[in-house]
Design a protein around this ligand. Structure first.
Ligand code: SF4
Length: 125
């Protein structure tokens, strides 16, 4: 069932958002711009390498994904606009290829690395 859901999700989202099946969809918080299309796969951006013309430092032929995400998020309604400003946790590569819909339903997409949440005890000493 999970495999079928992933297949359907990919078929729907690939043509529209160039979805890379990260398994933790944040499209609603990025102005419907897939952050995994950033050559650095940044979940928070932009990085410091944006060119003066808005081009990506890795691939100058493309506009910075995060500049597009910002512009688009300005047009999003309510909380979707506000969520652009949230700090997103690093992507969990163990979910690569799985359905973000299934992970949303199970809550698996909300699991974050140890030490990520501000009220967790520090392990760094
Ligand atoms: S954030 Fe992940 S699930 Fe969402 S469109 Fe991008 S790759 Fe696909």
């Amino acid at each position: 069932m999970a495999r079928l859901l992933a297949t359907i999700e990919h078929a729907v989202k690939k043509p529209i958002w160039d979805c890379r099946m990260c398994g933790q969809c944040v499209l609603h918080a990025t102005g419907l711009t897939c952050p995994m299309t950033c050559p650095k796969s940044l979940r928070n951006g932009p990085c410091g390498g944006v060119r003066e013309d808005g081009g990506c430092e890795v691939d100058p032929t493309m506009t910075c994904v995060w500049l597009k995400a910002y512009d688009r998020s300005e047009k999003m309604p309510g909380s979707w606009r506000e969520e652009f400003d949230d700090l997103r946790p690093p992507v969990d590569n163990r979910l690569q290829g799985t359905s973000s819909w299934a992970n949303l339903l199970s809550g698996r997409d909300k699991a974050v690395p140890a030490g990520w949440l501000p009220d967790e005890p520090s392990h760094g000493g």
